[in-house]
Ligand binder design. Structure first.
Ligand code: NAD
Length: 499
């Protein structure tokens, strides 16, 4: 059986733990590989080697580091299809969606080509008699990225571009469920000219993560995953004085105003709710039509669209709208939550519980579900289902819809569909959520803006990619200098204004 090893010092390494985890093909339910799980000793050794390699890399001029990113852009494009196939086979998402996963990561590598500009400090001359003051942004040293299964290329690349271009060494601990693409990316970075040891991919579970969190060498942790783990990592990382930005789960609401184009809104909901089997942190999982008439009309438009969805393996090509979920446990959890929805009184308008696919009976497929008349006290509303289940909560007014989104504990993304500029503007300004779409269902900001949620969707400071990422992965040093010709006085004992 194929084994996915760590990528240490520019080559594969099995590690010493002897422990592995199964990597499935979610479409067939078969184990297709084993991934090595690092011990604390494996992790500590990888970190120590990264610290050595970082010294030279951190001192390499930013333009040279940017050239590695430039080369990486070409290499990712060259190997896009090859990586997308592997990604689909381990994650289950469709081939075009797998390419999108890589593409949205690639865009952050493109942005990181501009690292020298992002890393410039500030300068002012003559801040006082003969006094100049300037600041510089310096790399932190060794940083860690701990990433989720649902974007095995995009999220590692969001971390790697800015962190490496800023002069850090990175320990990447990808999800153990789809670990191969991160290794392929590491090999491409090597081909692009990144010195060995500067990027170490260490696979593992809690033992590996805890070794990162307790390390005195690691200076910062960038995490993306579920909220309980995000909070755990944030707190444990802070205990050893690390910087931490930890992005968590979501329950994204889309508000549909009575004046919205309902065909557009229904198309958007189907794509954003069921794309990637609902396994996106920016998926829309709650539709909030305003007014009974809007709700009735929306449900009428949604039902045939959802019933028509084609669910199947990525190998079926363009004939498939979404694929299986990632594991058997994920499938069981989704179906269990659907049962609670029925028991607690929600109306199951499209029922995907009996979905089965001939020839793929052991795959982790889940049929599409649409609930109507969901209320905020139900488990299907309170829980991030992370599956192909769309809940409709009917709101009596715009203010009620806004309040619903604001009272939700998550604050990753939200959208409003309306033709009214005043309402859209009011919504964008007042809602306590990090990323807002106006007639855009999945408002993932482009690489040169930043990505991050509020409330329990994000712990820590600064967002991912965009200028924030370069701030997160560097620290500021400020120099005040005066040369002997500017020194007019002897010892000074008091603070005073510069003049
Ligand atoms: P997860 O929290 O299970 O795992 C994320 C990472 O944490 C993995 O690398 C995993 O190995 C590690 N991990 C898991 N359990 C751990 C433990 N007990 N101790 C230490 N480390 C542990 O998340 P997932 O299932 O891989 O990803 C899906 C989740 O990620 C969803 O909640 C989704 O909303 C969220 N997500 C959020 C964003 C965002 O930007 N906010 C983006 C993508 C995904």
């Amino acid at each position: 059986m194929r084994q996915v090893n760590h990528w240490i010092d520019g080559k594969e390494a099995a590690g010493t733990s002897g422990r592995t985890a199964d990597v499935y093909n979610p479409a067939t339910g078969e184990v297709q590989a084993k991934v090595a799980l690092a011990s604390k000793a494996d992790m500590d050794a990888a970190i120590a080697r990264a610290a050595e390699a970082q010294v030279k890399w951190g001192a390499t001029n930013p333009q040279r580091r940017a050239r590695v990113m430039m080369k990486m852009v070409d290499l990712i494009n060259r190997d896009m299809d090859k990586m997308a196939e592997v990604l689909s086979s381990e994650h289950g998402k469709t081939f075009p969606d797998a390419k999108g996963d890589i593409q949205r990561g690639l865009e952050v590598i493109e942005f990181s080509v501009g690292a020298p500009h992002q890393l410039k400090g500030e300068f002012i001359d003559a801040a006082g008699p003969g006094i100049d003051m300037y600041s510089m942004r310096q790399p932190l040293g060794v940083v860690a990225a701990i990433t989720p299964f649902n974007f095995p290329a995009m999220i590692p690349l969001w971390k790697l571009g800015p962190a490496l271009a800023s002069g850090n060494a990175v320990i990447l601990k990808p999800s153990e469920r789809d670990p191969t693409v991160p290794n392929m990316l590491a090999a491409l970075f090597q081909e692009a000219g990144l010195p060995d040891g500067v990027l170490q991919v260490v696979h593992g579970d809690k033992e590996a993560v805890d070794a990162i969190l307790d390390s005195e060498v690691i200076q910062a942790v960038g995490f993306v995953g579920s909220t309980p783990i995000a909070q755990y990592i944030y707190e444990r990382a802070a205990a050893t004085g690390k910087r931490a930005q930890c992005f968590g789960g979501a329950k994204n609401h889309m508000i549909i105003m009575p004046d919205a184009d309902l065909d557009q809104a229904a198309d958007a909901l189907v794509g954003a709710g069921f794309g990637a089997a609902g396994e996106r942190c920016m998926a829309i999982s709650v539709a909030v039509p305003v007014g009974e008439k809007t709700a009735d009309a929306l449900i009428e438009k949604l039902v045939p669209r959802i019933e028509k969805l084609k669910v199947g393996p990525w190998t079926a090509g363009n004939d498939v709208d979404y694929g299986p979920v990632v594991t058997k446990a994920a499938r069981e959890n989704i179906l269990r939550l659907v049962e609670t929805g029925v028991e607690q009184g929600a109306e199951l308008v499209v029922d995907g519980r009996d979905f089965a696919l001939q020839g793929y009976e052991d795959g982790f497929f889940v049929g599409p579900h649409l609930f109507d008349r969901v209320t905020p006290d139900m488990d299907i509303y309170k829980t991030e289902i992370f599956g192909p289940v769309l809940s409709t909560v009917r709101a009596a007014s715009y203010e009620d819809a806004l309040k619903l989104a604001m009272d939700n504990e998550y604050g990753n993304g939200t959208a409003i569909f309306t033709r009214d500029g005043d309402t859209a503007r009011d919504f964008a300004s007042r809602v306590n959520v990090g990323m807002i779409g106006v007639n855009v269902p999945i408002p993932v900001p482009l690489a040169y803006f930043t990505f991050g949620g509020w409330k329990k969707s994000g712990f820590g400071d600064l967002n991912q990619h965009g200028p924030d990422a370069f701030r997160f992965y560097t620290r500021t040093k400020t120099v005040t200098s005066r040369w002997p010709s500017g020194i007019k006085e002897g010892a000074a004992f008091n603070f005073k204004a510069m003049d």
